[in-house]
Design a binder for this molecule. Sequence first.
Ligand SMILES: C[S@@+](CC[C@H](N)C(=O)[O-])C[C@H]1O[C@@H](n2cnc3c(N)ncnc32)[C@H](O)[C@@H]1O
Length: 389
Amino acid sequence: MQPWNTFAEGDNLDVVPLLAPAYGPFDVVYLDPPYNTGNPFAYQDKVAGRRADRHRAWAAMIRPRLEVVRDATSERGAVFASIDDHEAARLRLLMDEVFGEENFVAQIVVNLNPKGRQLGWGFATSHEYLLVYARALPTCVLEASITSKVDPGDFPLVAEDGRRYRRLPLRNTNKKFNPVTAPTMHFAIYGSPETGWVTTAPFPGALEIKPVFGDGAPAVWRWSAAKIDAQPEDLVCRWVGRGDRRRADVFQRDWLHAGRRKKLRTIWLAEEVGSTDTAVVELKALVGHLFESPKPTGLLRRILETMPDDARVLDPFAGSGTTGHAVALQNAADGGRRTCLSVNSPEPVRTGSNADLAGHTRVSDVTRARLSAVADVVGGGFDEFILDC
Ligand SMILES: C[S@@+](CC[C@H](N)C(=O)[O-])C[C@H]1O[C@@H](n2cnc3c(N)ncnc32)[C@H](O)[C@@H]1O
């Protein structure tokens, strides 16, 4: 059995195609490439040509890597790419080309720096982006919803059998759907606000109820007549409005059940997924502050939650190994069988950086150190694939 975490040192352009037959195809690929933030000199440079060169060089670096990643991704898989404003627009266009515009899923705003960048001119930028593409949208298994976000407080009512639920109008509240656009969904149903009972056939004491919008205009139901008769216990008839405006209406009893999922919005807050600051704290607790801007494991765990719990995961720009850490934490939390291949080049650490001062010579030493510590602390094992050069 494969360990939860495997590491391979090398340039992802070579390593991903080499290891994909054994470790792939990958269902989840997380890309966190260098952001091309440039150096202060490059920013002061007003020569447009130089800036364009920098973007061209970045695009030339990332394009072939997107292609090898695409070829290593499974038909059910999805690719998630973190990026900031420097290259977000270019990366989106490149991913449109490489994965196909039709496979675009979302551009999520991730609030990784809630205080906002205080240095320099302009706005205190507090977010970056997560671009999401399916390898092939029709066969992609991504579910843009998760169980951990479901708040029992959103289900305030309790049924006779103790189950929690909330009431949703059975009427379709979207004005696009009305008796003209959906004539088969406009029909009378019968209900008793006294007993709550609802059917499509009249019964003693029942009131005839037709769907109407708040302004009284005719509306349509969300459920067909057949579904209403098949699930009467999931519906309830009750009085709404007061005085002259009192009328009977029908509601769905929307149950809180085990495994219930909540749709994810396209803005992910630091309080939900963590921030760069909390990521540093996580890294520090495990191996020390050996990497400048790690991602929080919460961000990766949320990504993992949208995909099956036996996903094969690939991180070709592993850095401090956050993805591998998140895979182990998520497996430990939900009993999943995910495996993760992390790749990082033997790039030298910056002179004077914490990693340098701690005696590490390459970034890959940091990746290795963290994934090995993850195996000790969280479990799941750790293996290294040594490439013959
Ligand atoms: C932005 S960091 C990733 C940070 C990571 N997500 C984390 O949470 O720690 C990008 C990483 O990609 C690595 N890298 C850059 N080019 C690479 C390449 N061609 N192949 C493999 N790794 C590369 C760098 O050494 C760096 O560690």
